[in-house]
Design a protein around this ligand. Structure first.
Ligand SMILES: *Cc1c(COP(=O)(O)O)cnc(C)c1O
Length: 352
């Protein structure tokens, strides 16, 4: 089988080694002669998987004391609502930075429990940059932002310096680079962008939030429910958590986040260099806000589109068509995408 260069925006490419191990466990997990798909989530074998997944998240991200890690369901889209439910307190107001489709969706969910105050937005420029120079109001219960804008290809280069509790949707860049978890009260991420297959959502939470004057939260939406029950309040997404754990093991083996970050920076450097050098292409995102994960670009000469599309398909490249809301191309370069795949794309761009 010819190797496919998988630039999928999500669900993401995973390391071949992880896919292979995950496939084996469907047939025979842990030598039990049972599939991981047919054992109890309360069996010792799966409890060990859950414990290792949580421990690896803590170790790789250097999660400090006073924080908990849990897995829930519903994707990052339920995270929009869950974060609001768990973080809204006395002020009944929350500040949001609107940097794209996903932030916009998060803002819409706040209405269920309070008021969203949009303190900065790049919506009028079709989200081609990260807004700067905003003031964070201190009468809001928290500030929410989206660290990497999967669709538009922009990324916060720095964590906002917030005088109020900080919440972040890190779905598409968690585990791609070092972060200081101690700056956040709540981090959430759908697994399928850079952690594992779809089905699990990761929450990293400062335990202190549970003792705040929070509103009444439905059981399944309360992050404390999942923390207290070690992510087993109800049946967790067993397979997604298992494969995510394998992927985190792999990340640790290759040298952890620091090593991965270097690879990600190298991939971004190679592709952006070609976009900037080649007059046939133009980057979409403002240079200083460019994402290392999702690279958005367009052709400067539309008449070349059919030829370019034919060429990258012939090179076994998959998944670089841009999102329908922005058009052009988007090369998603999640952790498992090798540098060699980026070289293949750049060679096609050079040959156009
Ligand atoms: C994909 C994505 C989401 C939505 O994730 P689901 O798990 O499909 O709900 C939210 N935020 C960001 C930044 C994303 O990239």
């Amino acid at each position: 089988m010819a190797k496919v260069h998988n630039y999928s925006a999500g669900p993401c490419i995973l390391p071949q080694e992880v896919i292979k191990e995950a496939a084996d466990a469907v047939i025979n997990f842990d030598g039990l002669n049972l599939s991981i798909l047919e054992i109890s989530h309360r069996s010792a074998n799966f409890v060990a998987v859950m414990d290792e997944a949580v421990a690896l998240v803590k170790e790789l991200l250097e999660v400090p004391e006073g924080y908990s890690v849990c897995f829930a369901q519903g994707g990052a889209s339920l995270g929009f609502l869950m974060s609001a439910y768990n973080m809204i307190a006395d002020n009944k107001k929350a500040a949001y930075i609107n940097t794209g489709t996903w932030s916009d969706k998060a803002i819409k969910e706040v209405g269920a429990v309070g008021e969203a105050v949009v303190i900065a937005s790049s919506k009028d420029d079709n989200y081609n940059h990260i807004p700067k120079g905003y003031t964070i109001p201190t009468d809001c219960d928290y500030l929410h932002y989206t660290s990497n804008n999967t669709i538009f290809g922009t990324q916060f280069q720095e964590i906002p310096n917030s005088p109020i509790p900080l919440v972040c949707d890190m779905s598409s860049d968690i585990f791609s680079k070092k972060i200081d978890v101690s700056k956040f009260d709540l981090i959430y991420a759908g697994a399928q962008k850079n952690l594992g297959p779809a089905g699990a959502t990761l929450y990293i939470v400062k335990d202190e939030i549970f003792s705040r004057n929070r509103i009444k939260i439905p059981t399944m939406l309360d992050i404390e429910t999942h923390v207290k029950k070690d992510s087993m309040f109800n049946t967790p997404p067993v397979y997604s958590i298992y494969v995510s754990m394998l992927n985190l093991r792999h990340l640790k083996k290759i040298g952890g986040i620091e090593a991965q970050q270097k690879i990600n920076e190298e991939k971004a450097r190679i592709l952006y260099a070609e976009i900037d050098r080649n007059p046939l292409f133009k980057g979409v995102a403002a240079e200083e806000d460019r994402s290392t994960m999702n690279v958005t670009f367009v052709l400067t000469d539309e008449s070349k589109q059919a030829k370019f599309d034919e060429m990258w398909k012939a090179a076994n490249i998959s998944g670089i068509k841009g999102h329908r809301s922005i058009g052009g191309y988007r090369a998603s370069m999640y952790n498992a995408l090798p540098v060699s795949s980026v070289q293949v794309l750049v060679d096609v761009m050079k040959a156009l």
